[in-house]
Each structure stands twice: as C-alpha cells, then as structure tokens.
Design a protein around this ligand. Structure first.
Ligand code: GLU
Length: 326
C-alpha cells in the first residue's frame, strides 16, 4: 500500500469510529422511533374487576352515617373508646395521598403534606389532642385504602374516597364532607368532548377507584390503563401514552392547576360523595368524627379550608348537609 492509500484508509476508520459515515453524514446508531418514553411503575392494561358481584351488595344510602353523640373535650377521650386508644398512643394515624394536588399533596416548599383532605385530618387530631399536628401520615394508594383500614394500620382514611354501598360492607364512613363527580381530562389539542367518545381509546384511572369501575361499565368501553397514583395518569397523558384521564372533577382540577396544556371536557357523569373511612368495628369513632365535621361546618372552618384549596379551581359551593341513618 502506498503511503497515501494507508492514510485514506486510516481516515475512513477514524470517521467510522467517531460515528460518521465516509460521506460525512451522521450514522443513526438507534432509530428515534425505538426510544420509548418509560411508563410509570405498575401500569396494568384492562385489569380484571376486583369488586364483588353487584348482586351481593345490599342496597343502602351511602351518604347516611351515624349520628354524633356529643364531643368530648381535647385530651379527655372517654375510657375504653377508640379515641382514648388514639389519645394514649399520642398520635392519630391517617391514611392519605401525597400525589393529589389540592386534596393531599406534598408541598415542595414546606416538605409537608397539605390540602383539603389533610385539613380534615388535622381537625380530628385537634379534637382528640388539642393539637392539629399530632398526626402520623401514612401515604396510601387508592387500592390500599380499604385493606389499610381492615388491617388496622390506620385510624382513618381521608383520601378523596367515595362512600359506596359496596365499600360500606367492608368499612364505615363518616358523613359526606364534599360531593365530587367523574369527568374526563384530555390534552388541549384533543377533539374528544366527553366520555362517550372514549370507546377503544386508552384511558387512565387508578386501581381500586370508583373511576376505573365506571369506565368499565361505560357503553363505549375504553381500554382501561390502571395505575397506582393519579400523578401517574397526568404523566401518561403528558407523554401521549393515554388519550384521556377520567376521575373526580376535583382531582382533575388539581391536574389543570399544574399543567396549562390539559382541559376538562363533558359533564359530570357520576356523583362521588366523599366520606372519611373508618374501620368497621370503630362505631364510636364514626360518631366522634361526625361531631368534628359538624363543628367544622358550624364554626366556618370547613368554609375557610374550602376557600384556601378549592374555590379558585373548583368553584364556590356551600358546605354539605350531614345525613344520618340513626
Ligand atoms: N373518589 C374516587 C374513589 O374513591 C376516586 C378517587 C381516588 O381513587 O382517589 O375511588
């Protein structure tokens, strides 16, 4: 080989090693189309229904709870009561969310969990201890709410939880402290205008939510994409991995407050009355929590809390009228 030819061959090798072709154009080592955006952990497409057959659920008024029987003063919970056990322990254990903006979310500036649901927890702690901070928060997913109460891992669940007759079989609920409704969230550029247009499309909801069940029952059933947290749904919508998110308008309003590129469409197609979940055996705690809710509504603290978190995003509403079955 002449000296010149050796030089040319050497240059071509160097260009190849640098990822360039001999013509000077870059070589695509991986096709862009193969670079998939990662999905959140735990995504399941069209999971089987976990709730029992509707026929086994007794008819009930899910909004009717147990009437309060007085409100003992802070630090003076009656001997032998569930509240006394909590008082003696020194902290209320509450199952909450940290991924739902406005209801239960981690405030990055204070690194504390805050929101409308969290205010309800603090009122109950204040009623037991005279101190709203005597709380241990346990962050749980939608699907973990009922098991956490059944296993006694938490005293209460305050987590955008709809009171339903099926859930009343397994746990107790307080009176209703807010009524939400299921709607649809899409990208601002989407042509979808409501739930009836979601047939065959990928739609996100959390496992163990009423939202997921309602999508399954839809006359135009979508491909249900089930995740652990509502924030996973927003991420999947932003990444174009689902066509829509469908759940309570309250939760969707929190997503809109975080992302100007999404919009809510269609009317409410369910009623989601929120109750505080309490273990089935702790009837005294249900009456106590309802006394705290009554006090919160009558004193104006419910309205102050609503104003802080929800008036701007959701609109003005009056406090609910508490309802009892006995
Ligand atoms: N309110 C609905 C439910 O209790 C959806 C909200 C949620 O899962 O956090 O299932």
């Amino acid at each position: 080989m002449t000296r010149m030819r050796r030089l040319t061959a050497g240059l071509a090798l160097a260009l190849l090693a640098a990822g360039c072709s001999a013509t000077g154009r870059p070589v695509d080592l991986a096709s862009i189309a193969s670079a998939q955006r990662p999905e959140p952990v735990g995504v399941v497409v069209n999971p089987p229904a976990t709730t029992g057959a509707a026929a086994q659920v007794p008819e009930c008024d899910p909004a009717a709870s147990l009437r309060p029987a007085g409100l003992p003063g802070p630090g003076a919970m009656p001997a032998g009561s569930t509240m006394r056990t909590i008082q003696d322990r020194g902290r209320l254990i509450a199952g909450v969310d940290q991924n739902t903006f406005l209801f239960g979310f981690r405030d990055p500036t204070s690194n504390t969990i805050a929101g409308f649901d969290i205010d309800r927890v603090r009122e109950i702690a204040a009623a037991i201890f005279g101190d709203p901070n005597k709380v241990q928060f346990k962050v749980i997913t939608s699907a973990e709410r009922i098991p956490a109460l059944q296993k006694g891992e938490v005293d209460i669940v305050v987590r955008t939880m709809t009171a339903t007759c099926a859930r009343w079989v397994d746990i107790n609920f307080s009176a209703i402290y807010y009524v939400a409704g299921q709607r649809v969230l899409v990208d601002k550029s989407s042509q979808i205008t409501g739930v009836d247009q979601l047939g065959g499309q990928r739609v996100c909801a959390t496992k163990g939510s009423t939202s997921l069940n309602k999508l399954r029952e839809s006359p135009a059933p979508p491909v249900a994409v089930a995740v652990d947290n509502w924030s996973d749904c927003l991420l999947m919508l932003q990444q174009g991995q689902v066509a829509a998110v469908s759940t309570d308008d309250t939760i969707l309003a929190g997503m809109i407050a975080q992302d100007p590129n999404v919009k809510m469409v269609g009317a409410r197609f369910t009623q989601e009355p929120y109750g505080i979940g309490i273990p089935k055996a702790n009837v005294d705690m249900v009456r106590f929590v309802n006394a705290v809710l009554e006090k919160s509504i009558n004193s104006g603290s419910w309205a102050t809390s609503y104003g802080t978190w929800l008036t701007e995003a959701v609109g003005q509403v009056a406090p609910p009228t508490l309802k009892y079955r006995d």
